[in-house]
Design a protein around this ligand. Structure first.
Ligand code: NAD
Ligand code: MG
Length: 386
């Protein structure tokens, strides 16, 4: 029985993780879970999965949770950064599934690594912000970083077929999001509701907006750079609207290996949990004859400049990827609150990257400070744009 610690239990990934666990009760148990503000859902999850410890975002929510749960859970409830880290490092857990959204996922993921847990990594922001530190910590502790992001799971699987030194390119596929094919004028007035309506995947709000701007693919380029130890020069992005080919690896003999499947996050989640074994999930099979055409198109860097910004950030190095990430979080929130337009998301990120310069050092403290400065700068840029 594999014991799992789940960070971000009430989110889109968290709910899918619990579905995988629910379908294999003989295989998995949930030892610890952390969530943010959705107390109602968390209560039902706790009652069903009986974790030993639980954490929520703040003391107010911890109080609410304690009132709603039976007495036996009272002294098992924690909150805040400390609570997240306690859950992440929960003693009995073999694997910590990191699925909090945004920069808040970094410290708990590091705490899990320090505690020697294997990591199922959904929170891509962890590697975007602190890729080098996280990869070094994982190596030092001898823990596995198992990708949950579907593209990285695909690459991870295609890499099992060859030798690292024979890899020529890593090719990340992108759905293109809901606005694929539009020009900049047509993007000026798009609404949060339109941007949230992803054609193939049902996901959390932040990643849905990131998919519409292509920032998600930019973050994934940085994630791939660290996870697979390759330079960005060997990473290509190709738009593939059907989301059937989840990514590919090209070897130096010209062979290209891909992983295909229906777009369902339970597949990469289950693989991360059971690696190297595979689990029967009972999902509907991929029927190639019903897929009609599988298209592959060059990304449009003019209409979707966020992708270029991510390449710029990782190529400049230092704390710039953390600055990109923080500015993006603030800008996405402002767009969702109808404070800025869709096109202003990437503009805000770009302007923040100009203001908060790359530091030479990049210790964890430098990264957290750059994240803080970038949030202040992005908020100021947004206020001035009213
Ligand atoms: P979501 O918004 O649906 O869920 C986020 C979860 O994190 C929720 O449980 C929320 O309560 C929790 N949370 C937020 N802030 C917290 C905090 N400070 N402390 C504790 N918990 C906190 O997001 P999601 O779509 O599930 O995405 C989660 C992560 O997985 C993101 O980093 C995203 O990029 C990545 N990811 C998601 C998908 C997907 O299909 N949804 C695919 C690949 C990667
Ligand atoms: Mg992805």
């Amino acid at each position: 029985m594999k014991c799992i610690s789940l960070l971000g239990a009430t989110g889109s990934i968290g709910v899918n993780v619990l579905e995988v666990v629910r379908s294999s009760p003989e295989r998995y148990k949930i030892g610890a879970m952390a969530a943010g503000t959705n107390i109602k859902l968390l209560v039902s999850q706790v009652l069903e999965f009986n974790p030993e410890i639980i954490s929520v975002i703040d003391s107010e929510r911890a109080k609410q949770l304690a009132e709603l749960l039976p007495g036996r859970f009272r002294n098992k409830i924690y909150y805040g950064t400390e609570g997240n880290q306690l859950v992440a490092a929960y003693e009995e857990a073999e694997i910590t599934l990191s699925a909090i959204v945004g920069a808040a996922g970094l410290l708990p993921t590091l705490a899990a690594i320090e505690a020697g847990k294997d990591i199922g990594l959904a929170n891509k922001e962890t590697l975007v912000m602190a890729g080098q530190i996280v990869m070094e910590a994982a190596k030092k502790k001898g823990v596995k970083l198992l990708p949950v992001d579907s593209e990285h799971s695909a690459i991870f699987q295609a890499l099992e077929a060859g030798r690292k030194e024979d890899v020529h390119k890593i090719i990340l596929t992108a759905s293109g999001g809901p606005f694929r094919g539009r020009n900049r004028v047509a993007l000026e007035d798009v609404t949060p509701e339109q941007a949230l309506a992803h054609p193939n995947w049902s996901m959390g709000r932040k990643i849905s907006i990131d998919s519409a701007t292509l920032m998600n693919k930019g973050l994934e380029v940085i994630e791939a750079r660290w996870l697979f130890g390759v330079s960005t020069a060997s990473i290509d992005v190709v738009v593939h609207p059907q989301s059937i080919v989840h990514s590919l690896v090209e070897y130096q003999d010209g062979s290209v290996l891909a992983q295909l499947g229906i777009p369902d996050m339970r597949i990469p989640i289950a693989y991360a949990l059971s690696y190297p074994e595979r689990t029967k999930l009972g999902l509907k099979p991929l029927q190639l004859a019903q897929c009609a055409n599988l298209e592959f198109i060059e990304p449009d860097y003019e209409c979707f400049p966020a992708l270029r910004l991510a390449f710029d950030a990782i190529d400049s190095g230092g704390v710039l990827p953390a600055v990109l990430n923080a500015a993006n979080e603030i800008a996405v929130e402002a767009f969702l609150n109808s404070q800025i337009s869709f096109l202003q998301i990437a503009e805000t990120v770009s302007q923040t990257m100009d203001i908060v310069h790359e530091g030479k050092e990049h210790s964890l403290e430098d990264i957290l400070e750059a994240d803080r400065q970038a949030r202040i700068a992005a908020e100021k840029i947004i206020r001035n744009s009213f």
